[in-house]
Design a protein around this ligand. Structure first.
Ligand SMILES: C[S@@+](CC[C@H](N)C(=O)[O-])C[C@H]1O[C@@H](n2cnc3c(N)ncnc32)[C@H](O)[C@@H]1O
Length: 257
């Protein structure tokens, strides 16, 4: 069962599609006069529809949800090449094999690639890493491939668990990546490095509680737009220092000290 959020669209189609992906859609279709995104959780679908001015339709098997598979391609992000398992490997790069199935994180979104780029300079050997909103596990697995000693990968999405486990195994880091199905606000613990790729409203919703209840050395934040959202993300995570910044078009990612 999927819940389709249907948004009437005009010239803002690309922005609306981005907003649906960032809200956790497992598939997005551009229908010209509308953009629709499939969600597995009815509550999230209703919230997203209300926020973005759309409606929700419940369908058994949405057409187009897996359409991306036929057009999947290889993405470059810092030292990584990200590819689905059915495309050729790139031995000259850090080869990340990711099949997101119905979770977010194929490497096609700039926010994911920016987070990978920053991780490449932020992870040191043996680090304990926390990935909040792991989706396909792409960032957690990327951190493990860069030498992290242990990675906790957290998501509320029931689709994430199967994807993270399969992808971690496919990349030879199954023993280093532990998936936990949980809301970010419930987390506790101590980590050398955190990473969180989410929309700014989610950073503001969970960032303060994560900052209060956990001890995290440095924090990679992505999923934010260039400009005001950068300051808001720094504040949401109760940080003061920007150690690194990357941008791609409208999207930015920060390494916070
Ligand atoms: C934009 S996706 C990022 C996926 C992946 N980390 C990447 O970089 O491509 C955001 C993820 O956060 C998850 N999420 C949303 N709210 C959450 C919360 N309160 N706690 C944990 N995960 C959450 C969504 O289910 C989604 O998988």
């Amino acid at each position: 069962m999927h819940h389709l959020v249907v948004l009437p669209a005009g010239e803002d189609r690309e922005l609306l599609a981005d907003a649906l992906w960032m809200a956790g859609a497992v598939g997005v279709e551009d229908l010209s006069a509308a953009v629709r995104g499939a969600f597995t959780d009815s509550g999230i679908a209703k919230t997203v529809a209300t926020q973005l001015g759309g409606t929700v339709e419940v369908v058994a098997d949405p057409d187009g949800l897996d359409a991306w598979r036929a057009h999947a391609t290889v993405h470059q992000a810092g030292p990584f090449t990200v590819r689905p398992p059915w495309l050729d490997s790139h031995p000259e790069a850090v080869d990340l094999v990711i099949d997101p199935r119905h979770a977010f994180g194929s490497g096609s979104h700039p926010s994911t690639r920016l987070a990978l780029e920053i991780l490449a300079s932020a992870v040191t050997t043996g680090d304990h890493v926390l990935d909040v909103g792991t989706g396909s596990g792409i960032l957690a697995i990327g951190a493990a491939r860069l030498g992290a000693g242990y990675v906790v990968a957290v998501d509320t999405d029931p689709n994430a668990e199967t994807a993270v486990r399969a992808n971690a195994e496919a990349n030879g880091v199954g023993s280093l990546v532990a998936f936990t199905r949980a809301d970010g606000v419930t987390l506790r613990g101590t980590h050398d490095l955190g990473v969180c790729n989410m929309t700014i409203d989610l950073h503001e919703e969970i960032g303060p509680t994560v900052a209060e209840r956990t001890t995290i050395g440095r924090m990679v934040v992505a999923g934010i737009l260039v400009g005001d959202q950068e300051k808001r993300a720094v504040a949401a995570h109760a940080r003061t220092e920007i150690l690194d910044r990357r941008a791609d078009g409208d999207w930015a990612a920060l390494l916070l000290g």
